[in-house]
Write a protein that binds this ligand. Structure first.
Ligand code: PMP
Ligand code: GLN
Length: 399
């Protein structure tokens, strides 16, 4: 857990193998296993502990009972393709052709992997923010790409325009933007979004936006998909997933949308990764996407309340807490409690306080890992009583 991200240390093709040739678990799998083995409250891996909405569950049950058990179409089932198009139009005014401009995938993870594998050649550069979701580094490595990053500077994790520009070069093929951002919970500001589009034009790069937390945005701030910015749609692939929006992370139904030609290129890879995706879950996620706005508003409001509970509890326990504007996560600095190395702190935390968090350094290359070494990511997508229990336990840190 303290070591640099393993895909950096090892050769291409063996990216997730450690020095002894063993497969290393992701930070999320490792921390969930630690929570299970110690009985600690798991605020590490980001998954909700409540079920999908009843209408979504009913649609899945109906699909199962109705015999939808064989391969669905590779691009996705028409009902889901149409529901994604309706959703993008209803929430953002984006107009998509469901037959040409949308592709269903095995979660956002496959959408990301297929996109990078389809569009990045060996030696091409891919720009991401840093800290970055672990899969980005791994799939860029699988494609033989070179990973360039733009640091999000604390305490409020802003992008410096000069550092953003410095990450681009004539070899830049993709810029992957995660907004709202995991692990920091930050939203990009409009200036940064505009700068990403301008730089993509200048360097002829494709923009990939990971918007899996699009409906988990707080304090009445609207989510702004980059593809709605002037000049962006023609070069942007937008990725999302039903996992977070419908409490269904185990169903692995995601999608991507954008210009038909780019979507076709991604589909050409996707067909050899998973071929098709869960036939009974697609109509269920389609039903979710068609839920009244009230579902989406309540989801954000509930989660905002949980953010406030956890952030308050972490402050009371003595952490310095960064603001979280979206996602499942809040970042807390353990330095005021006397812990400078969050990786060791997270390993010890189940024993000291019965809680699991994830060190932010696990989302960083070694150079920046040092800068973020005392930061811990905690997930607040848990029932209120679970958050209350965690904050009660964390209060012991102060004693
Ligand atoms: N991107 C980000 C930023 C994530 O946090 C996650 C996982 N929670 C994913 C992609 C993967 O999403 P999915 O589970 O739909 O594959
Ligand atoms: N996205 C989730 C997180 O950041 C976990 C997903 C996973 O375990 N790969 O916690």
């Amino acid at each position: 857990m303290t070591s640099p991200t393993p895909w950096q240390r090892t050769a291409r093709g063996a990216m997730l193998l450690d020095d002894a040739g063993r497969l290393s678990p992701t930070i999320f799998a490792e921390m969930s296993a630690l929570a299970a083995s110690t009985g600690a409250v798991n605020l590490g891996q980001g998954f909700p502990d409540e079920d999908p909405p009843e209408a979504v569950l009913t649609a899945a049950r109906d699909a199962l009972a109705g015999g939808l058990n064989q391969y669905p179409p590779g691009r996705g089932m028409p009902t889901l393709l149409e529901a994604v198009a309706e959703h993008q139009s209803r929430f953002y005014g984006i107009d998509l052709d469901p037959e040409r401009e949308i592709l269903v995938t095995a979660g956002a993870t496959e959408a990301l992997a297929a996109t990078v594998l389809a569009l990045v050649d060996a030696g091409d550069e891919v720009v991401t923010l840093e800290p970055f979701y672990d899969a980005y580094g791994a799939v860029i490595g699988l494609a033989g790409g070179r990973h360039r990053t733009v640091p999000l500077r604390g305490p409020d994790f802003r992008v410096d325009p000069l550092e953003l520009r410095a990450a681009f070069s004539p070899r830049t093929r993709l810029v992957i933007v995660n907004d709202p951002h995991n692990p920091t919970g930050t939203l990009l500001d409009d200036e940064t979004r505009r700068a990403v589009v301008a730089l993509a034009h200048e360097f002829d790069a494709i923009i990939v936006t990971d918007e899996v937390y699009e409906h988990l945005v707080f304090d009445d701030v609207p989510h702004v998909p980059i593809s709605t910015l002037p000049g962006a749609a023609e070069r942007t692939l937008t990725i999302s997933s039903g996992g977070k929006t419908f409490n269904a992370t185990g169903w692995k139904i995601g999608w991507l949308s954008g210009p038909a030609e780019l979507v076709s290129q991604v589909m050409s890879v996707k067909q050899f990764l998973t071929f098709v995706n869960g036939s009974v879950f697609q109509p269920a996620i389609a039903a979710g996407l068609r839920l009244p706005r009230d579902h989406f508003d309540r989801l954000a409001a509930d989660l905002q309340h949980k953010r406030d509970l956890l952030a308050g509890g972490l402050s009371t326990a003595g952490f310095e807490v960064s603001p979280s504007q979206g996602s499942y996560f809040v970042v807390a600095d353990a330095a005021p409690l006397g812990f400078d190395d969050a990786a060791s702190f997270c390993r010890a935390l189940p024993g000291i306080a019965g809680v699991v968090g994830v060190p932010v350094s696990a989302f960083c290359h070694p150079a920046l890992a040092d800068e973020y070494s005392s930061l811990v990511r905690f997930a607040f997508c848990k029932r209120v009583e679970v958050i209350d229990e965690a904050t009660r336990r964390l209060a012991a840190l102060r004693l």
